[in-house]
Design a protein around this ligand. Sequence first.
Ligand code: GAP
Length: 454
Amino acid sequence: MTQTEDRPLTADTPMAPIEKIVSLCKRRGFVYPNSEIYGGVSGIYDFGPLGVELRNNIRRYWWWSMVQTNDNVVGIEGSIITHPRVWEASGHVENFVDRLVDCKNCKRRFRQDHLPEENARLKKCPVCGGELTEPRTFNLMMETYIGVVEGERMKTYLRGEACQNIYLDYDNVLKSSRMQIPFGICQIGKAFRNEVTPGNFLFRQREFEQWDLQFFVHPSEMQQWFDYWKQFRFEWYKGIINHKDRLRFRAHGPDELAHYARQAFDIEYQTVLGWQEWEGIHWRQDWDLSRHSQFSGQDLSYTDPETKERYIPWIVETSGGVDRTFLNLLLDAYEEEPDPAGKEARTVLRLHPWLAPVKVAVLPLQKNKEELVTTARDIHKKLQRLMVSQYDDVANIGRRYRRQDEIGTPYCVTVDFQTLDDKTVTVRERDRMTQVRVAIDELPMYLWELVTWK
Ligand code: GAP
């Protein structure tokens, strides 16, 4: 289990408004609206230079802690397009639907299952009080076609949940690796849903990325592994956030279980949007392998090499969103810290150093002193071999610190006149703004220890 040390904040900070995050993301190059010059497409986004670094770090850390450090877990990367029968077998063609109602007065549209109980019962709009229509059913799967000749084209779907590839490749993994039950398969990949009410920035999109573990077990060991992975995932999220009290479990009621789940818990995080799902832990039982056996005609049962018992493995699923993690981490990290001198507030992203897009900024104290500049550039080049480093000599040092605070850079290295005398630099830490002197020779290893996950 991966654990991080507690990183207390200066104060209990208020929850960040989502508009501030959207604005910071665009201004500093984390996230842009997709196809913006054409007016955009709702629920679809692009990631900018800092966004892609943060996203890669989040993905890599998940992969490291789920696949590379668990001997009983391996990874795959499946395709986005599969045979259409996959989605019949999975139940998505039939069951992956939202029920929607429209307000006859203000024309707003709501998901029936998101309405407050009272409004759903009285068919009353929660915004204007107008009358709501009867619910209509919409399938969320995105359709596409394989082939070019009209009449021979095959209709299929962009995957509605990434995990289906894991069931499709389960037998191949079993035969081509040395895995035996209990074991797991992980994957990170895109999923597509025609969400009828996309919104809240990255929270509910039409194209997004999921990370899944599907852990295959003997039915008699289901409860033990379900509890294990449920706790493992909770601790994983707890280890990368500041506001640990904003994380909780919520059990699904019988009426909200997905068609494949016999039991489910959400790991939820509290933001200005309220308590919202971050990741789902699902007791999928034998639903997936039984259905794919039935629809494909292939036997996906497992024979225990020792007892020779033959059975369809049961599955524990942990399924979360890369984009939702990206958004929650920014909401968790954002802070506007009042300046004691009463000047401009300091905007700081208190991202975990492991995940921060830029690990270090190297700053010569003055840009018109050649020795300071060449020493700083040299340090920057050396650090770039190990981590993402930025060189910056524009504006006064205070402004440059602020620029780095706003994008979450955990360390700034300042090359000053003392550096020229004793070959040490100042390392300034983002959260507490403390400063220490470190020898240039020791700097790469000093920083490496601080920004590398363990
Ligand atoms: N295989 C199970 C599955 O897909 P899910 O609860 O529908 O379960 C898992 O999705 C995770 O994927 C969610 O907890 C969330 O983090 C993310 N997710 C789901 N729909 C999303 C959307 N429209 N936009 C962004 N992330 C989404």
